[in-house]
Design a protein around this ligand. Sequence first.
Ligand SMILES: Nc1ncnc2c1ncn2[C@@H]1O[C@H](COP(=O)(O)OP(=O)(O)OP(=O)(O)O)[C@@H](O)[C@H]1O
Ligand SMILES: [Mg+2]
Length: 272
Amino acid sequence: HLIDSAYEAEDFFPALGECGKWLHFTASPIRNSGGEIIGAIETLQDITEEKQLQENMRFYIQLITKAQEDERRRIARELHDDVASSLLLLIQRLDAIASSTPRLSTSLKNKLEDIYSHATAALENLQRSAQDLRPRIIDDLGLVAALEWMAENLTKDYGIVTRVEVIGVERGLPDEVQLLLFRIAQEALTNIRRHAEASRAWITLEFGEKKAVLIIKDNGKGFEMPQGMGGLASAGKLGLAGMQERTQLIGGSLRIQSEAGKGTTITIEVPI
Ligand SMILES: Nc1ncnc2c1ncn2[C@@H]1O[C@H](COP(=O)(O)OP(=O)(O)OP(=O)(O)O)[C@@H](O)[C@H]1O
Ligand SMILES: [Mg+2]
């Protein structure tokens, strides 16, 4: 909140000190009673340490996020390769018993069918969890296809009609940007499914010259945004706070607009 005609800037000066310095500069005008500028108050602050702290912090958060994604990928693979294939084998054996035993009593047949349907449901749940942990589709086909896949699931499984629109020319984004946008969309859609009571949702991905913009919108009941994310996070609600953190991690910005009865819109802008 600068006063009228005040000035503020920060820059890196490589020639200062041993390895350069970050300086923050402000100038505020001094006016006479006629409103004419007759001088200025200037400040110059060395913010090198602060900048370095920020850089280190971002570096660590990046490492953590990457480790988290690696771990998710590993668990997803294990679920898929080990647990899912064992379940599949179990289902096939049940099937074989049912079809190769000629005189099964009705009660035994019913029991087998019951076990069979439980095993199939477990397999479906497992596959869904594995996909959520690490959607292969994002590695194989990219962000737009992954968003379309999520939209289809929301439409098919939960009856919330969801459309994806791409504006501008689609192009490959850096891995971490792609994953970030995917994770945010995933959380936003989970929120829509769990809280919004919406009948429709829209996902828009815009490829600009220097930025990508992702918008996720629903026509649900909306909610009142708390002042800061801290309150939500300390109440164990980590969805929106996590979105915020992930976005900051890659230098983007996040905006949440919501109003009772008017739905919710989440907008993420990231530089590319
Ligand atoms: N699309 C939405 N429509 C209506 N309410 C929403 C929507 N998204 C979020 N909310 C509200 O904001 C709150 C915070 O959301 P957030 O994702 O941070 O936490 P959560 O979904 O409750 O828990 P978590 O995501 O940690 O499992 C929700 O509890 C819900 O009340
Ligand atoms: Mg949530």
